[in-house]
Design a binder for this molecule. Structure first.
Ligand code: HPA
Length: 274
């Protein structure tokens, strides 16, 4: 089984290497409503996910579903425009397949974005939260199954899932750009239903600041391979509120798009330092 995955990974990697010789040590994954960021990239080569052998295909509105090789802030980057979610029906191993491909292509630093619901009472819609840790009680660990020793160890350490030096750099950049950011813990859920009032309360009590349906598994796969991770959430809705509490995907996309320029400036400056 793991040999089978490794074989598929190698096929996808050699296919991409044949198509394009751009070497990048920086990977970027764009979350819901954050796809406009691709316009900042000087594109050298792009390819739809469905054309890459063994790649899963994204089905969610607001996700472009292509891999882009190009330059951002003067650095070579590989950008995943659109990611794969557990709620779409993919296995945890499918979700991390592209991350492993990026790692095998030479990516050493992975920058992740996502839309998330805020449960910290200091948060407002449109805020940015830099992720300093995560809790994942509801997602299948993507490393379950025979370990692929070529990629990493059986029991990877997760004491610094989001690299402190990248977080410090991003905080300094945000301060310099006059962008207010929070720092906090991301709670990974499967979705696709948003949380009930009681669940948002539980998530807060458990020590998280925001909740979302992605990122955690990608982060675990990256840590398995020794890739340094930085991740940021756009707070698109507030789980904890006493009044009307209806959350829609449209609202999430709208607020993610609105906050995107702030996140894009932080990402660009951060990439420039890598
Ligand atoms: N919960 C889970 N996922 C999310 C949310 C939320 O409130 N907002 C955006 N993604």
């Amino acid at each position: 089984m793991s040999n089978d995955i490794l074989k598929k990974l190698k096929e996808a990697v050699s296919f991409l290497k044949e198509k394009n010789s751009n070497h990048s040590e920086i990977g970027v994954v764009l979350g819901s409503g954050l796809g406009n960021f691709i316009h900042e990239i000087e594109v050298e080569f792009e390819i739809k996910y469905q054309e890459i052998p063994h790649f899963p295909v994204s089905t969610v509105e607001g996700h472009h579903g292509k891999l882009i090789f190009g330059k951002l802030a003067g650095k070579n980057v590989i950008c995943m425009a659109g990611r794969f979610h557990y709620y779409e029906g993919y296995s945890a191993q499918d979700i991390i397949f592209p991350i492993r491909v990026l790692g095998m292509l030479g990516v050493k630093t992975l920058l992740l974005t996502n839309a998330a619901g805020g449960v910290n009472s200091k948060f407002n819609v449109g805020d940015i939260m830099l992720i300093n840790d995560h809790i994942s009680t509801q997602m299948v660990n993507p490393l379950i199954g025979k370990n692929i020793d070529e990629l990493g160890v059986r029991f990877p350490d997760m004491s610094e899932p989001y690299k402190k030096d990248l977080l410090q750099k991003a905080k300094a950049i945000a301060a310099r750009l006059n962008i207010d950011v929070h720092e906090g813990v991301y709670f990974g859920v499967t979705g696709p239903s948003y949380e009930t009032r009681a669940e948002y309360k539980m998530i807060k009590i458990m020590g998280a600041d925001a909740v979302g349906m992605s990122t955690v598994q990608e982060c675990i796969a990256a840590n398995h391979m020794g890739i340094a991770v930085f991740a940021a959430s756009v707070i698109t809705d507030l789980g904890i509120r006493e009044d009307e509490n209806i959350i829609t995907h449209e609202e999430v996309l709208h607020f993610a798009k609105a906050a995107e320029p702030k996140l894009a400036s932080i990402f660009k400056e951060l990439i420039a330092t890598l």
